[in-house]
Design a protein around this ligand. Structure first.
Ligand code: NAP
Length: 294
């Protein structure tokens, strides 16, 4: 058996076409959706992500307000920038690119963002609402995985979802989303981490295995149940002298072998990756729509 492919590009294109219609409705009311991105310092990976977000905003017709400040910017200065954006009615979404330099308390910065503009959904207010199933926003990567599951009609009700990894941006929120009551969720969820005993026994029980470890090709075919759905969040650079930049990106799953055992699988790249920015755009449009209702 060779698994069906779960492709983030296909899912995101369907969502973008809906978002374009919603943007047109907003613009007809004189509202230009606007995402403000603050970047502190010059971390090369962060710069790549910020530029990707800027490009996608432009493609969709969302105003992209980029504020790039030096690495020695103080926490007070950063929070004061956020407060100005909080008070600016023309700004609908605010995002601070992480990680921040070590002298800045990330948690304090996130808490300074108005929850109604917290399109990354990192603010404790929004995370709390997510836990009780009343969220305006969901964190981008977990929300993107949920959208993929819905798009491909993957059965989740009563299924055993095993999530490898318990980070605040992927594992923990994803577990909360998957255990809610509702469409494309309603699952029985187990979250495993680096301390988990009988790790392989547990993940072999997964009907849907979602892996967010940051360990290249760690999950091998012998760890996967025949017919399982496998969603690989991992994005790891490995050296490859034959590749254009001397490296290529692989997931946490040994794709070539696992695809022969799974019923459906995400490739890396091309799987979960495109969904994260897509969900950020969806949250920004939603924030702009919420602004209209207020
Ligand atoms: P993270 O904060 O480093 O968390 C990794 C998790 O994996 C931790 O909970 C860790 O356990 C667990 N883990 C590591 N090694 C393990 C092992 N040998 N056995 C069991 N569990 C193990 O990572 P993250 O931010 O969630 O990201 C995970 C991966 O997803 C990375 O490759 C990242 O680049 C990628 N990612 C992709 C997207 C996207 O848009 N496609 C978005 C976000 C992240 P402990 O907690 O016990 O240490």
């Amino acid at each position: 058996m060779t698994a069906d492919l779960i492709l983030g590009k296909e899912v995101s294109e369907a969502i973008y076409s809906n978002l374009r219609e919603r943007i047109d409705v907003l613009k007809a009311k004189g509202i230009e959706p606007c995402l403000a991105v603050i970047m502190v310092g010059d971390d090369p990976a962060s710069l790549v992500y910020v530029n990707m977000k800027d490009k996608k905003c432009r493609e969709l017709g969302v105003k992209s307000l980029q504020q790039h400040v030096p690495a020695d910017t103080s926490q007070e200065e950063l929070i004061s920038m956020i407060r100005k954006l909080n008070d600016d009615d023309s700004v609908h979404g605010i995002l601070v690119q992480l990680p921040l330099p070590a002298h800045i308390d990330q948690s304090e910065v996130i808490k300074a963002i108005n929850p109604a503009k917290d399109v990354d959904c990192f603010h404790p207010f929004n995370l709390g609402n997510m836990v009780i199933g009343e969220a305006d926003f969901l964190p981008a990567t977990p929300a993107g995985i949920h959208q993929m599951i819905l798009h491909y009609g993957i059965a989740t009700k009563g299924k055993h979802v095993v999530i490898v990894g318990r980070s605040n941006i992927v594992g923990k929120p994803l577990a909360n989303i998957m255990m809610q009551k509702g469409e494309g969720v309603d699952a029985t969820v187990t979250v495993v981490n680096s301390r988990t005993e009988r790790f392989e026994d547990i993940i072999r029980m997964a009907d849907i295995l979602i892996v967010a470890m940051g360990r290249p090709r760690f999950i091998t075919a012998d760890m996967v149940k025949e017919g399982a759905v496998v969603i690989d969040v991992g994005t790891n650079r490995i050296e490859d002298p034959a590749a254009k930049n001397g490296y290529r990106v692989v997931g946490d799953v040994d794709f070539e072998h696992v695809k022969e055992k799974a019923s459906a699988i995400t490739p890396v790249p091309g799987g979960v990756g495109p969904m994260t920015i897509c969900m950020l755009m969806m949250n920004t449009i939603k924030a702009a729509e919420m602004g209209v209702r207020q």
